[in-house]
Design a protein around this ligand. Structure first.
Ligand code: GLC
Length: 797
């Protein structure tokens, strides 16, 4: 069963049935002014922080209510409905609804009894308020009298927890006022003004395009006693009672009346934001020419489609195309920008960037916007401590050079992170490598960046210190210590326990840094790296390889984790994929380990992070046991590692297997299986429940997940084989053998590449012939100096 389809041309996902298995969401704006909206207009808005800057109310973990509601009422017969299916929820046999989620806008179209509506929601580019544009069309052949009610439920406090629980306080601090075309809400009104004279805790909900004939600033007056969003008294009666809140919950409700001739369309623009009386009037006035909405929408699309346009592909798989061209790419930007700040699952409480999360998120957008990536890389480098480790949590108000570290109680108290993690700074290596490879900007290595706690150094110096951080924290077997955790938050190997994953990351980091040391002509450091890398490689091979798999690590007390002898969790995914990605595994080991993964961890919905789940034999420190079997880190199909296993298979030239893993875990490929997957078919979630769950195939934790970037990298670098280095571009696709042809349009260092891949013999990888602009090259590598403004590239596999 499906609930919608991908509209590739408009870069939209169109939901044709509103009764989706979960609220299917979209992101509007940015964390400066952020709005999350579901296909039923549920969701919330905030300024700067989902937890501390909340301006509208949303009840988490419940019924996707309330939201940005626009009610309509036929004044001739009293029948009413809403522009989104919910909250009124008319019978779908007579009420038609289509939600178009696009790039930073959502347009909900409805049709009921010959009245057509469109409710377009967006945050204009670089603005910090939101716009709802309602279009109402009379498609009947008689005059219609329609009432419209725009409604938003304000929080009583910017801190959403206070708003929900500290009622003895928050119920008594707000008031609303009605002014001509808006409801203005004040908080702690008596406390005076900001230095610039504004009262920053004023919010407004206003409208342009039709006069307001009645209003409410008091939620209960609008809804009526013992009623809810689905049947507000004001809408039922066709009139608000003009009551404003005082010691009760506030809202903004604006009622207008439209008389529509047959075929006529009228528009109303609603605007919501956190601005005072004067500012909000200016904002509302700027919409007096309603056509500005179309301009702003075009601007938004131009901005986003421009970014996504830097890589556009056409392959035989429509699922692959939709994800790479639009949705995975868009999700990469959303996770990059929003981190884990706010969704329907993240309630806004995270007050910063997770070090590893953000450094990984950056990888997803490097091929689409390397400058945006570079800025964030600098920022994350400035959150590296001078001992080389990363701050586990980088506060949103991070003050480079002046921060405390996990060695200080103050940091621990402020962030809740008690200690360094073993992997954080090691993510910098692949991220910086990808940035330099995409841009050719080797000078980046010499840029000077502050350390979090003071001092500064070149990027090259930052990376050397990251290596030193690991080298100075070795366990008994000379592998990097597990510290508080590695990538897997649930793995407490003990401070001196040792992690195979981190060891492989360190091994790979050394390869990358050796490349940079060569650029810098740093022979002495190269000598050092050669020596320690060889030792580390030997150690991993001796201690971690069990003949058909790499173990997951060794606990502080010597217990081996992830050995095939273990009754549970005897096979782990990441050490296998990373043995390949890091370049450590021999070809034979790689083939064997990847086969073991397929045999023991693969499911119809992707590859499990480990198996069997912990139930009876968890080691002390295996926090995964807290979760139900086949869930999250406890044997679930953790989505982020799918990208790594896709990449590993692709690097081995296994196009069929790489694509098999893509399809199993791809949201788009589950479009017709929506009642099983539950989550939006256009976004990755954090994990999917595996075999031991009664709900195998159900996915969770939408949108804000590192999966976006790892799968993107697995597909772009792996399957599509776009593998740049500082001097050029290797074109090495690993595709299913039944793909006969594909095209890749890629922007690379300001130049356009049209790459045509032909696969007449059904290969999975490899190159027979390679041409650029008609010239035959001896291998599938384009030296950067051969690039013209426009380039035709042909690869025959
Ligand atoms: C979550 C965390 C991420 C961690 C992963 C695995 O996605 O955000 O930091 O690496 O879980 O535990």
């Amino acid at each position: 069963m499906n609930y919608g389809y991908f509209d590739e041309t408009n870069k939209e996902y169109v939901i044709t049935r509103p009764d989706t298995p979960a609220p299917w969401a979209n992101y509007l704006g940015s964390p400066e002014y952020g709005a999350i909206i579901s296909n039923n207009a549920g969701g919330y808005s905030f300024v700067k922080s989902g937890a501390n800057g909340r301006i509208t109310r949303y009840i988490f973990n419940s019924e996707d209510k309330p939201g940005r509601y626009i009610y309509l009422r036929d004044n001739d017969n009293g029948d009413y409905w809403s522009a989104s299916w919910q909250p009124v929820g008319k019978d779908l046999a007579v009420y038609k609804n289509e939600c178009h989620h696009g790039t930073a806008y959502t347009n909900i179209k409805a049709e009921y009894k010959d009245i057509e509506t469109e409710a377009l929601y967006y945050v204009p580019l670089n603005k910090t308020y939101e716009v709802w544009r309602l279009k109402v069309t009379n498609s009947s052949d008689k005059v219609r009298n329609i009432s419209t009610f725009g409604f938003i439920e304000f929080t009583n406090e910017n801190n959403y927890e206070n708003d929900q629980v500290n009622l003895q306080y928050t119920l008594f601090i707000t008031r609303t006022y009605f002014k001509e075309n808006k409801i203005l809400q004040t908080i702690n009104e008596n406390t005076g003004k900001n230095a610039d004279g504004t009262n920053f805790r004023e919010r407004f909900f206003g409208c342009v395009g039709a006069p307001v004939v009645s209003y409410n600033g008091d939620k209960d007056s609008f809804l009526g006693r013992y009623r809810s969003y689905g049947n507000p008294k004001a809408v039922e009666e066709g009139k608000c009672d003009n009551v404003l809140n005082y010691n009760s919950n506030g809202c903004g409700a604006l009622h207008s009346v439209l008389e529509l001739q047959p075929g006529e369309t009228k528009e109303i623009v609603y605007v919501l934001g956190q601005y005072n009386d004067e500012q909000s009037s200016e904002i509302l006035d700027s919409y007096s020419d309603l056509s500005i909405v179309e301009k702003e929408l075009a601007q938004l699309k131009g901005y986003w489609h421009g970014k996504l346009g830097n890589l556009q592909i056409n392959t035989p798989s429509k699922e692959f195309n939709s994800m790479i061209n639009t949705w995975n790419a868009y999700q990469c930007f959303i996770t990059f920008i929003w981190s884990r700040a706010a969704s329907f699952i993240y309630c806004g409480l995270r007050n910063g960037y997770g070090y590893r999360d953000t450094v990984q998120d950056i990888q997803g957008i490097i091929h689409l916007d390397p400058d945006m990536a570079a800025e964030k890389i600098r920022f994350m480098l400035s959150a590296q401590v001078d001992n080389g480790g990363g701050l586990p949590l980088v506060k949103f108000n991070h003050n480079a050079g002046k921060e405390d570290t996990p060695d200080d109680m103050s940091y621990v108290q402020a962030t809740g992170h008690p200690a360094y993690r073993a992997d954080d700074a090691l993510w910098l290596f692949p991220t910086i490598l990808k940035y330099i490879a995409e841009t050719g900007n080797k000078a980046f290595l010499d840029e000077v960046v502050l350390y979090a706690n003071g001092g500064e150094g070149s990027v090259y110096d930052h990376l050397q210190r990251a290596i030193r951080f690991s080298m100075e924290r070795m366990g008994d077997h000379n592998m990097p210590a597990g510290l508080h955790a590695d990538w897997n938050d649930c793995l407490r190997l003990g401070k001196k326990g040792e992690s195979t994953f981190v060891a492989l990351q360190l091994y790979y980091a050394m390869t990358i840094l050796r490349g940079f040391a060569e650029v810098k002509g740093d022979a002495e450091y190269i000598g050092y790296l050669n020596k320690v890398q060889e030792e580390l490689g030997n150690t991993i091979q001796t201690i971690c390889w069990e003949g058909d798999r790499y173990i997951r690590g060794i606990k502080e007390d010597g217990q081996v984790i992830g050995s095939k002898k273990d009754p549970e969790a005897n096979m782990w995914l990441n050490p296998q994929s990373w043995a390949v990605i890091s370049g450590l595994a021999t070809k034979e080991q790689a083939e064997t380990a990847l086969e073991s993964v397929h045999r023991e961890l693969n499911t119809p919905y992707g590859v499990r992070v480990m198996a069997p789940s912990y139930v009876d034999h968890a080691f002390d420190g295996a926090l995964a046991i807290l979760f139900n079997p086949s869930t999250k880190e406890n044997g679930g199909i953790f989505s982020q590692p799918q990208g790594w296993i896709i990449l590993a298979e692709a690097l081995m030239g296994h196009g069929n297997r790489a694509f098999e893993y893509f399809m199993e875990s791809s949201p788009a490929a589950q479009n017709d299986n929506a009642d099983t997957r539950i989550l939006e078919p256009y976004v990755h979630g954090q994990f999917t429940e595996a075999t031991e769950s009664p709900f195998e195939g159900r996915s969770h934790v939408h949108w804000l997940t590192g999966t976006a970037s790892t799968v993107m990298v697995g597909c772009v670098e792996g399957i599509l084989g776009m593998r740049p280095d500082a001097d050029g571009l290797l074109v090495a696709p690993s595709i299913p053998s039944d793909w006969k042809e594909m095209t890749i349009n890629k922007k690379f260092r300001g130049k356009d590449l049209q790459i045509l891949v032909k696969n007449p013999d059904g290969a999975q990888s490899g190159c027979k012939e390679f041409y650029i602009n008609g010239e035959k090259l001896d291998r599938n590598y384009i030296p950067a100096n051969k690039l013209k403004d426009n380039n035709e590239v042909v690869l025959i596999m």
